[in-house]
Design a binder for this molecule. Sequence first.
Ligand SMILES: Nc1ncnc2c1ncn2[C@@H]1O[C@H](COP(=O)(O)OP(=O)(O)O)[C@@H](O)[C@H]1O
Ligand SMILES: [Mg+2]
Length: 309
Amino acid sequence: MSAELMISARGVRKSFGEVEAVRGIDVSVQRGEAFGFLGPNGAGKSSTMRMISAVSPVSAGELRILGLDPATDGPEIRARIGVCPQEDTLDTELNVRENLYVYGRYFGLPRREVRARVDELLEFAQLTEKATTVVDHLSGGMKRRLTIARSLINRPEILILDEPTTGLDPQARHVIWDRLFRLKQQGVTLILTTHYMDEAEQLTDRLVVMDKGRIAAEGSPLGLIEQFSTREVAELRFGVGQHEALAEQVRDLAKRVEVLPDRLLMYSDDGESVVAGVHERGLTPLVTLVRRATLEDVFLRLTGRTLVD
Ligand SMILES: Nc1ncnc2c1ncn2[C@@H]1O[C@H](COP(=O)(O)OP(=O)(O)O)[C@@H](O)[C@H]1O
Ligand SMILES: [Mg+2]
């Protein structure tokens, strides 16, 4: 079976007056993939998602969604995709079931069909017991699950999620990750943005690292870590204000050293031996941690900045 292109972007740009939010991105997403855009606030993720959702026209470049041109085929595209925007746009005065029902009717589905899908989606989103609760009274995690359920009412081929778990507590995030993983297993193509490196690692098969409107790198989570980082990182915390000077004393012990305000990151394939080397030089960090490299390290390497500041 040949791969089927769900999204194809070539030199896509988005400007708002003088502001260039997206500065020429190239992306291809295949059917069944979970594809991520990882980047900090202001990277241009939401602007990109709105173009891919066929609600915001491209300023330049070529964009195809399901092989269709959003400039001319917006309604057909929107009928075949699901969109979960960064900010919840639920009707806060309606209850959970009503939100899903109204949205289903908006898609022109027959009443019986909508009712059946609503029941199914309530179950999927673990909201059956909250069916008659007014949205205003739901927790943040429940609202997100409801927004995801709503975006599934038209059985979309592509589900677009803009920061699906931002602002949620760890437990609520895990419930959403589990639901998204199920959708992926059902063959839904997922496109999501996040500034959480763990979310990108958990959910995506492939991702782009986005910064200042551009794509800095593309690959699988593991592939990017292999390409742009060492296997391990030793994090050393010394007294406030000492890190810059200490970095010079230990720089040769690692393949690369990053200085953050509160710690040194020493990149090497063997973190413990780096720590031993630091101690041999008579230096005693207040806190030492050896960990595996993550996408956060990839981002730091590519941009010199951290994902969440
Ligand atoms: N409607 C808009 N009008 C003007 N500037 C915008 C608008 N939307 C986004 N921007 C700007 O575009 C840049 C990228 O924003 P956005 O796409 O929301 O990034 P992200 O979702 O990665 O945080 C930011 O500088 C933002 O201020
Ligand atoms: Mg955004």
